[in-house]
Design a protein around this ligand. Structure first.
Ligand code: SF4
Length: 385
């Protein structure tokens, strides 16, 4: 017997339900209602309709490695616990030998993507960045996707080389850069920019980097950092501005809502977002971003259990195995920063909640390997190692 939609989404969300069913674009007011209704399961149900329409039960993941090449930074963002400061993380800067050492750590794992971001370190010259990209791009005989540098870093690199942003991107692409990660703007709001990260580029400058990247055929990922001082209106504004930019450029691959971690930041007095907030941001992103194929739940920031739930709240991507992620660590020291899921545990995380794990490359092409994890296998307890 069919269940009436009102029972599933609630009467307050029925207008949005009808829009979702007919594929009509949601507007600003719809976004605000989705953020403000107490009916989170209704929001999740709507997001799941879109998620399953696009991807069925498939959930994508990538075999990746993160390298955070320096934590020296002159931008002093209030939400950041990563950059080196007195009483905080000790400064570090990786030379090529150190980067190579880290790449070698995982030589036995068929990693397909290396994700690199770092602080804005004025000591690093233009050639450092080109060498860094070249080293990573050539580190595996079978090739590896180099996803590196937020828009803030791109502006810094161009300044260090005394070249235009376009020329810097061309040079980086020649060296082996394959895509730009999200980040760099956090949320497209002049108010939040002024209050939390005034030394970084502003929204218009961030969009300019995105437009140049699109013009050069360089794909980019998008993010939204939530759970600090932003309002519901600012979240909706951010998502709609990103949607408009995607209408124009069509070069964004994925949206990743990022859950703010206040510990060891200047915003330590703010409570960390709850699972409710994490799930809502994923669901609303799925519903508003009708021109994005993929919504990612970054398990490092919103935990494995929340990511499992998120796969029913609009997310179709669980990110990757990740290794050595430094950004949300309290001490941020240059040492053992292992945050990784084994491949088996990634598969298990997805299967445990009734979804189908699909390994992908950075462009969402499916990767089929000769020895998939056999069904019915015995797995170790699901832990982050
Ligand atoms: Fe620097 Fe990035 Fe941290 Fe801002 S968020 S202080 S730019 S490392």
């Amino acid at each position: 017997m069919a269940i009436a939609p009102e029972r599933l989404v609630g009467s307050d969300l029925m207008d949005i339900y009808r829009k979702v069913e007919s594929g009509e674009r949601l507007n600003h007011e719809d976004g605000l209602l989705l953020y403000r209704t107490p009916n989170l399961t209704g929001v999740g149900y709507l997001a799941n309709i879109v998620r399953e329409r696009r991807h069925g039960a498939k959930t994508y993941y990538v075999r990746n490695q993160h390298i955070n090449y320096t934590n020296i930074c002159n931008k002093f963002c209030k939400f950041c616990s990563f950059y080196a400061k007195k009483g905080g993380p000790a400064p570090y800067e990786m030379d090529m030998a150190e980067v190579k050492r880290r790449l070698d750590w995982h030589k036995d794992i068929p990693i397909t993507e290396v994700h690199m971001v770092g602080g804005i370190n004025p000591r690093l010259k233009y050639d450092y960045y080109l060498d860094l990209v070249r080293l990573v791009a050539q580190s595996r005989p079978e090739g590896v996707h180099v996803k590196a540098f937020t828009a803030v870093e791109i502006v810094q690199i161009a300044q260090m080389g005394k070249v235009t942003i376009e020329q810097a991107l061309r040079d980086l692409m020649d060296a082996g850069l394959d895509s730009l990660p999200g980040g760099g703007i956090e949320i497209l709001s002049d108010r939040v920019h002024q209050e939390l990260f005034g030394k970084k580029l502003n929204g218009e400058e961030w969009k300019e980097v995105a437009r140049i990247s699109a013009k050069l055929g360089l794909p980019q990922y998008a993010t939204m950092l939530y759970g600090h001082i932003e309002t519901d209106e600012e979240r909706v504004d951010h998502l709609i501005q990103i949607r408009e930019l995607q209408d124009e450029t069509a070069h964004f691959l994925t949206m990743t809502p990022l859950s703010f971690h206040p510990e060891a930041t200047e915003l330590e007095n703010i409570s960390q977002p709850t699972a409710d907030t994490d799930l809502r941001n994923i669901a609303v992103s799925r519903l508003l971003l009708d021109n994005f194929d993929h919504i990612k739940s970054f398990w490092i920031m919103n935990t494995v259990p929340v990511t499992q739930m998120a796969l029913w709240y609009g997310a179709d991507d669980a990110d990757g195995l990740v290794h050595e992620y430094e950004i949300t660590y309290k001490d941020g020291e240059f040492g053992n920063k292992s945050q990784a899921l084994t491949h088996e545990n990634m598969v298990r995380m997805i299967e445990e909640v009734g979804r189908i794990p699909v390994e992908r490359d950075s462009f969402y092409n499916e990767i089929v390997r000769e020895e998939p994890v056999a069904a019915g296998r015995t797995l170790k307890p699901l832990t982050v190692v």
